[in-house]
Design a protein around this ligand. Structure first.
Ligand code: SAM
Ligand code: SF4
Length: 353
């Protein structure tokens, strides 16, 4: 039972979410008492990589006409800001493939959002473009790189992009003026789990913030198995055999990673994002919206709601009300360890990471 003792109804897809109680209409609040401040917005479902842990090799993209327009993405950002969202992460698919990305960043910058970040696979980054993004309000860039070996890069991403290209993009971001770049590394057993120390060394030597992420059951191929997850404890133990790590304070209450600096160097940092072995659902403050406008209160939701009718209704408060209703229905936890856990149909690419 939720704090207001209302039954939670699991709605079928494409039906509107169950209505949140009226007196919750001051922000994005769920039935478990959590407040949303962080919007993850996917601006494209397209990708030029096909990372095996994220999508199927032959997965098809949505027809372009089913994606939201830039104005609609902006309407959503606007509505969530009015409801207390302070942080936007632009994601995808690969967001740099979104044709209106530059205009979109400039427009959300103009809305006055405090914290705008973007995650990219780093396949290409032009310094002039990066500088303009920074001027327009993009504050942080996160790159994804799971290996420092080209043979593995090809096997993981099914692309021909060399590791050095991504590392060059990271340096381009820094040269453009972005703060210490973040590198997401998804650890998978027998795929890249022998590279933890190499990534920690990279973090220290190149002053990067490397985040080791546990492999989640969000691969569209549904090959995820518990055994393939390399736990935070395992990765940390291996790194600590090579480096002395010093825990650093969380910068905010909803911090999902546990973070460390190096005892012998002020350069670089390490973090662990461990949704499988150390779930952070109790502090979750995120809402996700897919490129075609499906609202997903949780990465692992098996129910999602279509915001397009509200967006296109012409009714001024329709989007805000809809998002409040969808937020109210957010699950208490992802339940990955539960016997009745059902992996979502969509992979991470189609959700927006
Ligand atoms: N294409 C961009 C990129 O790769 O950075 C942005 C979208 S991608 C879906 C966002 C993040 O999700 C990436 O850092 C990726 O490694 C992570 N990701 C994808 N599938 C995952 C999975 N099954 N488990 C954990 N992380 C995953
Ligand atoms: Fe594309 Fe990012 Fe998924 Fe890799 S992780 S397939 S780069 S969306």
């Amino acid at each position: 039972m939720n704090p207001l003792h209302l039954p939670l109804v699991d709605a079928a897809p494409n039906e509107p979410p169950p209505r949140a109680p009226d007196h919750s209409r001051t922000g994005l609040i769920d039935a478990h008492g959590r407040t949303i401040h962080d919007l993850r917005l996917s601006v494209t479902d397209r990708c030029n990589f096909r990372c095996t842990y994220c999508m199927k090799p032959n997965e098809r993209f949505l027809p372009k006409q089913s994606l939201l327009s830039m104005d609609e993405y902006l309407q959503i950002v606007n509505a969530t800001m009015a409801l207390g969202v302070t942080k936007l992460r632009i994601t995808g698919g690969e967001p740099t493939l979104y044709p209106d990305l530059d205009a979109f960043i400039a427009a959300v910058g103009d809305l006055g959002l405090r914290d705008i970040a973007m995650t990219t696979n780093g396949w290409s980054l032009d310094i002039h473009r990066a500088r303009q993004w920074l001027r327009d309000g993009l504050g942080r860039l996160t790159f994804s790189l799971d290996t420092l070996r080209d043979d593995r890069m090809a096997a993981i991403t099914l692309s021909t992009t060399p590791v050095q290209t991504v590392l060059d993009s990271v340096e381009t971001a820094r040269a453009a003026g972005f703060p210490r770049p973040k590198l997401n590394v998804v650890m998978q057993r027998d795929v890249n789990d022998d590279e933890a120390v190499a990534f920690a060394t990279l973090a220290r030597d190149r002053d990067l913030d490397v985040r080791f992420i546990e492999f989640m059951p969000l691969d569209a191929g549904r090959h995820w198995q518990r055994d393939a997850v390399v736990s935070e404890a395992e990765t940390k133990k291996v790194i600590e055999a090579a480096f002395e790590l010093v825990p650093t304070e969380a910068t905010h209450a909803a911090e999902t990673s546990s973070n460390f600096s190096f005892a012998t160097s002020s350069s670089g940092s390490i973090g662990f994002v461990s949704p499988v072995t150390r779930p952070f659902c109790g502090a979750c403050n995120r809402l996700r919206i897919t490129a075609e406008g499906m609202v997903r209160p949780c990465l692992f939701a098996n129910t999602e709601w279509d915001v397009r009718p509200a967006l296109r209704s012409g009714e001024p408060h329709a989007v805000a009300r809809f998002l409040q209703d969808a937020t109210w229905a957010k699950k208490a936890g992802h339940g990955i360890g539960d016997a009745d856990f059902v992996q979502p149909d969509r992979g991470m690419r189609a959700i927006g990471g």
